[in-house]
Design a protein around this ligand. Sequence first.
Ligand SMILES: Nc1ncnc2c1ncn2[C@@H]1O[C@H](COP(=O)(O)OP(=O)(O)OP(=O)(O)O)[C@@H](O)[C@H]1O
Length: 830
Amino acid sequence: MWALVCVAIYLSLSLMSYSPSDPGWSYVGDATKVTNAGGRTGAWFADVAFYLFGYFAYLLPFMVAWSAWLIFRGRSEDMAMRTWMLSLRWVGFLVTLAAGCAFASMHLSGVGDVLPNGTGGGLGLLISQRMLAAFNLTGANLLLGGLLLVSLTLFFGISWLKLLDTLGASVLTGGRRAWTLLNGFLSPSRVEAPLYADAGPNGLPEALNLIDPSAVPDPESVKPRAPARSRKPSGRLPQALQDAMTDPVPFAAEPEPEAEESMTLADLMRGQRPVPEAAPRIKRTVRRVPKNPESQAEQPELEPELEEDVAKPAPVAKQKAPSRVMSVKASGERPLPPLELLDAPRKSGRGYSPEQIEELSRHVEKTLADFGVVAEVVAVFPGPVVTLFELQLAPGVKASKITGLARDLARALTTISVRVVEIIPGKSSIGIEIPNKQRETVFLSEVFGSSAYQDAGSPLTIGLGTNISGAPVVADLARMPHALIAGTTGSGKSVAINAMILSLLYKSDPDDVRLIMVDPKMLELSVYEGIPHLLTPVVTDMKEAANALRWCVGEMERRYRLMSKLGVRNIGGYNRRVAEAEQAGEPIPDPTFNPAEAPGMEPPALTHLPYVVVIIDELADMMMVVGKKVEELIARLAQKARASGIHLLLATQRPSVDVLTGLIKANIPTRMAFQVSSRIDSRTILDQMGAEQLLGNGDMLYLPPSGNIPQRVHGAFVDDHEVHQVVDFLKSHYGEPDYIHDVLREPTEMLPGIDPEPRGDTEDTDPLFDEAVQFVVESRRGSISGVQRRFKIGYNRAARMVEEMERIGIVGPAETNGNREVLAPPPIDD
Ligand SMILES: Nc1ncnc2c1ncn2[C@@H]1O[C@H](COP(=O)(O)OP(=O)(O)OP(=O)(O)O)[C@@H](O)[C@H]1O
């Protein structure tokens, strides 16, 4: 690069010290006397250059220096891209040179008399003569002018619109400054006036106070930023607000020219541009007001239609007071934990400013252009952790091309990672999620305070965090009905599990929800020891954990029997029937009671059944100790437990196929993927890529049960002291937990379909078993011959595997033609 700079300087000096009398190419002269600063070579070069290009010869050293700069600027790009961009600039340069020379020859012929071929050199003469002969003066001017505009764009990479934009903005700034000066001169008292002369009680102008205060998230931040905000009269805001935002008078004392200037012309132009129906937001509409109900009304388009409620984020000030309604159960006696036990949300408020967003948008467009992708930013959604840029791609550009560029984009934008959202439901644009420079923490109290959580009726409501625009994401475990949580160590799984547990504890009392916690690390969940919701002490012994799972299967079977006797379809229906009967004073006797077991005893009355949530903090550890038996039990529970109110939350930091096996995945469609180290891990968890681009610290992709588009959720943060406070509160208000000791005991009776002891069977020993399960579940063909053909194995081995699949409930019994019905649900498509 420095060599090129030196060459450019040398060439410039040679041209500047050109003398027609020096010996050169067009003039031999006195060979001994050379006045050119570049010596004989310089003289020769200057002569040739001026001969050919006239005064445009000065462009040559400029181009050499420009190339040096381009090489330096593009050093982070790959070689092919750099060469391509440089070639484009050179093409632009050559065409500019030719058109410029021709122009100069046509119009400035008298200026360069000292030069061998006049102002435009030989090239200019040649082109201008040909053009004049062919098109006359007007035609030649028009053609050369057009050519010059195009070639300058290529040469410098400038955007004429941007140039006009800047020029227009400068004119307006000048005008505004003049007006300010004039105004100040005419009425000095105005200069002393407060920023908002007509400020309302909260410091906002009266016009701002006309709107719902919740539409303005943070009055403190609005006030000083007001001039900047005024650049985007969005058209959806009330007229009074728009007027207030665009009124120049209040800003006379404190003009912020930069903020004002870049808006006007650019916005006018954007306003005229047709914006796709699906994206009614004006280009780069800056949604700095995530709590604005209007904005929220549109936001859900961004998110797939999911089962969970994505509510409008509630400003902290608007959070329902640690709701008395919520914190006291209908029956009245036992309070649920109050919100005060959790840390109040703290916001740094240091997100991107509108100017930074504008700048970033251009940077994104330019970076993509550098990679040869023409795209336009049509909307921007700043959020607490990432900012989503919606891009309209030029026709013919594939979204997958942008996905392939994700890493290069991250590098060019100097961020850790960039996630490309190829499909935004209901829109033709794609999204790029760029991490914010300053990340906000999502507090659990923020999610619990939102109406989405407070108004949710299900006792199994769990608050996950917020979506990328800051709206709380709340899901219903009852509808999931089980979830897999996976991510590398330190990615935020334990915090997420704590948040989920607290969600349950804040929503339901022990009559409604009971928990079984399995904590192989003996670390994460032991803090909950002694809370009234536990069915059994926190399980740290893996054999006991397997017993607990077996107990769950037995309990599930018992509940199914009860439900079928009562003729109800699920636990909700069962509890309603039991409650109605109790209210009517006619409790229902247990229909499964066997008088032979307890002669002379009355059958006990049926009572309310709580939901049971089994939380396993590290599935890999459990599988390692107990073996594949766990897998079988989990699959068994996962297949049938929904109706009986037994739900599983399984976490692992080892997202490999030997932990998240085909059998487990086939039965647990809801997944939460935290940051992982590779695409393969992401595929193992979600059956698609994406989790490798997450940011850690609770950033997750949530794949809901009914859909295959994962939603990015920023997990809520919950600190250890918050957990301790909630646990202490529960212990002090509810007393000792009512443990069921049978949960951890060795089962005394055999469960139908489950062997009491692992028997080292095909499932345990055959290395192809998992793949065979995957094949059968995916292809929906459960025949032995199919497995035999697919894996090129003998009949006996294939038969053993398929029989094993029948035993654990993946396929049904053989039909007459040898086929079997595949009972396990199909996997989620990529
Ligand atoms: N939602 C969040 N917001 C902010 N920081 C978070 C969040 N979740 C986790 N963190 C940070 O990440 C750290 C690691 O989180 P956590 O212990 O939950 O990870 P993990 O995936 O469970 O790791 P391991 O598997 O090793 O236990 C936490 O100490 C915390 O500082």
